[in-house]
Design a protein around this ligand. Structure first.
Ligand code: SAH
Ligand code: SF4
Ligand code: F3S
Length: 455
């Protein structure tokens, strides 16, 4: 196995990938979406342009997710298909990035000899050099280092915006070590980017037409980056971002309940650009399970926290993540989760069946019967979707801001996101993508709202 680390020349746009085509397939969370864009730009500075299919590409990059077993398995089925493609097109280069690359890099190379490049999330700035080495005949390169240099400083700075909404990574990694979760191992320890860099990136995005930025971090409300006068919390960073001219909306994800500081809660009531939507995963409503998960708070503490957040911003829409069938979960633990869901009322939610992940403490424990876990998941999802539709329908008659994102299916129709992140269809012949307008909501359909522009 060879490594490209030695012959790296970072950020030197050699352009000898000129004319080459890159296809990126992205799995996983928003951070992977953001990372894929950054990798596309890094490769772009070496001459690659992006295409929409593996068949049209000279290089295929799979940006992977390791969070649940099903997510990881997708990599190997993709690699099977790519092996066939490469047989007919021997010059095709195959790269694997993301959290499976980080967790199982050497294993991927062993199982899939057709793979040329494996690159972990902290080494993306080295991808163009690795691709170059691959073109020159080096196969099976692996870089899953956590390098000393900051990848963000070594990735191209200016991004082309792909619409009025964008992600911006402010923090990466996690120190929480929930008993079920691979993220602390795949993304490493928590690191916050300096505020000045984030502000620069936000301004560059706004110049390119972005109006709504979602700040990303695995534990984003644990943000503590260097500011002009000492470290800033996430609330401090949001207040700085709120001064950026033309940035109309700010969101952030994903937060841990234990890091919801008083200043962040206050910001929800005070910063007009901070949108009334909060994703605050709780995972379970049972204190016994929360403890076994190492979440370090009780159900009651979560409920009190929600009360304080709602006191600061009464119309906030809450979203959460839940796991069904964590080891040791009984019917009464599950009932406690259902009670918590009823007590809060969530406007959106993601729920998952527990998946034992190699290397995590929970993977050592006896699993709940699979059918029981499935049944609990279904029960949870039924309640969560009825809450979601109920809260969506309750928007009818209200006036909300809508940021137009793209054309709708009907003539003169535009689709955008409301303050609460609902998709809203508006017939507006004079409207333009990127415009933030006032809309009166007139109807709630399956997965979206309809509205009339009023300002
Ligand atoms: N950093 C975020 C989310 C990380 S992963 C947080 O702390 O909440 C997103 C969600 O995937 C988690 O909130 C959890 O609900 C789910 N998840 C993580 N590991 C899992 C596992 N082993 N099995 C099932 N769901 C899991
Ligand atoms: Fe995983 Fe989130 Fe827990 Fe960190 S806080 S270990 S990312 S679930
Ligand atoms: Fe998946 Fe890694 Fe994101 S495991 S959820 S891609 S941080």
């Amino acid at each position: 196995m060879t490594s490209a680390k030695t012959d790296i020349t970072i950020a030197e746009p050699a352009q000898n990938g000129q004319g080459k085509k890159l296809f990126i397939k992205t799995y996983g969370c928003q951070m992977n979406v953001y990372d894929s864009e950054r990798m596309a730009e890094a490769m772009g500075s070496d001459g690659y342009t992006q295409v929409e299919s593996a068949e049209a590409a000279d290089m295929v990059l799979i940006n992977t997710c390791h969070i649940r077993e099903k997510a990881s398995e997708k990599l190997y089925s993709d690699l099977g298909r790519l092996r066939k493609l490469k047989k007919n097109k021997p010059d095709l280069k195959i790269g694997v990035a993301g959290c499976v690359a980080q967790a199982e890099g050497a294993e991927i190379l062993r199982r899939a000899p057709q793979v040329d490049v494996v690159v972990g999330p902290q080494a993306y700035h080295r991808l163009p050099a690795m691709a170059r080495a691959a073109r020159e005949g080096q196969t099976q390169q692996l870089d899953t280092d956590f390098p000393a240099e900051d990848k963000f400083d070594n990735l191209p700075k200016l991004r082309a915006a792909r619409g009025p909404m964008a992600f911006l990574t402010v923090q990466e990694g996690c120190d929480k070590f929930c008993a079920f979760c691979v993220v602390p191992y795949t993304r490493g320890a928590e690191v916050s980017r300096p505020a000045a860099r984030i502000l620069d990136e936000a301004r560059a995005l706004v110049e390119r037409g972005v109006r709504d930025i979602t700040l990303l971090g695995q534990n984003v409300n644990g943000y503590h980056g260097a500011g002009a006068a000492g470290d800033l919390t996430l609330a401090g960073l949001i207040r700085e971002l709120a001064k950026v001219d033309g940035l109309l909306r700010i969101r952030y994800t994903t937060s841990h309940p234990n890091d919801m500081g008083d200043d962040l809660i206050a910001a929800h009531g005070e910063v007009v650009q901070l949108m009334p939507y909060l994703h605050l995963p709780v995972q379970s409503g049972s204190d016994k399970i929360l403890k076994a998960m190492n979440r370090k708070h009780t159900a009651e503490q979560y409920l009190r926290l929600i009360e304080r957040i709602r006191a600061a911003r009464p119309d906030i829409l809450l979203s959460s993540d839940f796991i069904a069938g964590f080891p040791g979960e009984t019917d009464s633990d599950h009932a406690a989760t259902m009670d918590l869901i009823r007590a809060v009322g969530f406007g959106a939610a993601y729920s998952f069946k527990y998946s034992a992940r190699p290397g995590t403490p929970a993977a050592e424990k006896a699993e709940v019967d699979s059918d029981i876990a499935d049944a609990r998941l279904q029960e949870m999802q039924a309640l969560l979707s009825s809450q979601q539709y109920g809260l969506q329908a309750a928007m009818v008659g209200r006036e909300v801001g809508v940021l137009y994102e793209k054309a709708g299916r009907l003539d003169d129709q535009l689709v955008g996101k409301s303050d609460h992140l609902h998709a809203v269809h508006v017939t507006d012949p004079a409207g333009k993508i990127g415009e933030l307008v006032r809309v009166k909501i007139t109807a709630s359909v399956t997965n979206s709202l309809k509205g009339q522009r009023i300002g």
